[in-house]
Design a protein around this ligand. Structure first.
Ligand code: AMP
Ligand code: ZN
Length: 464
């Protein structure tokens, strides 16, 4: 069955076909590790995970590369402001390298809790500085660069079709030059490939280059890494919608200028998570919600967030509210109960994946990852007159895409004795309204690898 994906370059859904049959090169822009990821960022990674799982479900072999931005991403996307890493380091009184290490680990833990499959290749920007320098040298040799007092810039006026992805009006972008802070830039849209360390001051992260000591601009890392690890297989490149106008537009310009051929064929973008009032959740706001604060510490399984993300199509804004999370919590619990019942009623029987429902599920996910529709198919299937063994087999097949650990639900009752004892102790503490002891015991259970959820029906404990 055809897989249709919405390509931001063409602004329409079209049938996906990779460069090499059966194989897909996937590049997803990774986190800037100066702080925890917020649940908005994580929405984008859930969308990308669904994409990857849907590709696999369609029997494509996927090679997935993700970068870790640990240098060179300034607080303004257009090369202005401070380096986010050095800012984070100052805030926490640690080195930029320590900050990067700490938040990279936190990110890895977040995505594991959300059942997001790890990329095949993780690459840190700081591990590919020489590749980035080589790419800048090619651009320099081809005459696309110029030097200013603070760095080496890409001359966007020399690249035809600069706004191919963003579809912005180039004239109005150039108008922006009047308010431009760097008067040495030839065009408002020009961007730094290499920035010099400030005169007389040492940065924590800096490298020698043919142009002077400094650090790479943010955009160049994704071009260098995707071409290094995916080579000719430049099929799908993803990120959030905020990357369209600047980051991805600049990646296309510098990559195509360097190679003379098309960069990625398909560009996909996830819409924002917004909070009440329509405001985008942003790291710079400092009031963002993390997976730990909004879920784990409240005893809500992170998979509730994954489930919540399925209720909105990835190209539509998703609104976060306590109510929507409560609804998702009930929805996931209901689904887990349905799966548990199907498993228990069919113990010892071998079921088969039901073809008609497999087709309906495929139609939904292959229509540009339509998860709300796929979730409706899940309910139709579970409520149908099919036998329990077939229902169980079919839902476990769907779970290759859903990633909700539905194969675990019938094992919930089989907790180790040590955990059962702690759960009983915590229940006693809760009955006595000793919340401090309850929280402490929850942390102990979680440290042992189990997640505790307090639901209307009582405490639920599942393996992380
Ligand atoms: P960053 O770590 O800031 O580079 O962002 C990581 C990813 O999250 C990028 O793909 C962004 O486009 C995406 N992103 C940023 N804010 C949001 C949001 N509020 N909702 C969804 N995705 C977002
Ligand atoms: Zn990127």
């Amino acid at each position: 069955m055809n897989l249709k994906l919405y390509n931001s370059l063409e602004r329409k859904k079209s049938e996906f076909s990779p460069i090499q049959p059966g194989k897909v090169g996937l590049y997803t822009c990774g986190p800037t590790v100066y702080n925890f990821a917020h649940i908005g960022n994580l929405r984008t990674y859930i969308f990308e995970d669904i994409l990857k799982r849907v590709l696999r479900y369609n029997d494509f072999q996927v090679k997935h590369v993700m970068n870790i931005t640990d240098v060179g991403h300034l607080t303004g996307d257009r090369d202005m402001g401070e380096d986010k890493m050095e800012k984070g380091a100052r805030r926490e009184g640690r080195t930029a390298w320590e900050i990067a290490e700490f938040y990279t680990r936190a990110f890895e833990s977040d995505i594991a809790l959300l059942n997001i499959i790890e990329p095949d290749i993780w690459v840190k920007a700081t591990d590919t500085i020489s590749d980035q320098i080589e790419l800048i040298k090619i651009l320099e040799a081809k005459g696309y660069t110029y030097r200013t007092g603070d760095g080496i810039y890409f001359d966007t006026a020399r690249f035809k079709d600069y706004t191919r992805l963003s579809h912005q009006n180039i004239e109005s972008l150039r108008e922006g030059a009047r308010v431009e802070k760097n008067p040495e830039k030839r065009n408002a849209t020009d961007f730094a490939l290499w920035k010099f360390s400030p005169e007389g001051a040492r940065r924590q992260m800096e490298w020698d280059s043919p142009w002077g000591t400094g650090f790479p601009g943010w955009h160049i890392e994704c071009s260098a890494m995707s071409m290094k690890y995916l080579g000719e297989q430049l099929d799908i490149h993803c990120g959030g919608t905020d990357h369209i106008d600047v980051h991805h537009t600049n990646e296309i310009a510098q990559s195509e200028a360097a190679t003379g051929r098309k960069f990625f064929n398909c560009w996909m973008h996830g819409a924002f998570l917004i909070i009440a009032g329509g405001k985008k959740m942003a790291k710079s706001d400092e009031n963002f919600l993390t997976l730990q604060n909004a879920f784990v510490k409240k005893g809500i399984s992170p998979l509730v967030y994954r489930f919540a993300a399925f209720q909105t199509h990835y190209r539509k804004p998703m609104e976060y509210s306590e109510e929507s999370i409560q609804a998702a919590r009930n929805g996931l619990q209901h689904l887990q109960n349905q799966v548990r019942q199907a498993a228990q009623k069919s113990t010892g029987q071998k079921g088969a994946v039901q073809e008609e429902f497999k087709t309906r599920f495929l139609e939904a996910i292959n229509d540009d990852l339509n998860m709300p529709r796929a979730m409706a198919v899940v309910q139709d299937m579970l409520k149908s007159s099919m036998g329990d063994a077939d229902k169980h087999a079919t839902i476990l097949d769907y779970d290759r895409v859903l990633g909700l650990s539905l194969d675990q639900v019938d094992k919930l009752e089989k907790l180790p004795q040590e955990i059962k004892n702690l759960v009983a102790e915590r229940q006693t503490a809760r009955d006595a309204k000793d919340w401090a002891a309850s929280d402490r015991l929850r942390d102990t259970i979680q440290d042992l690898g189990y997640l505790v959820q307090d639901t209307k029906g009582g405490m639920q404990v599942i393996k992380k």
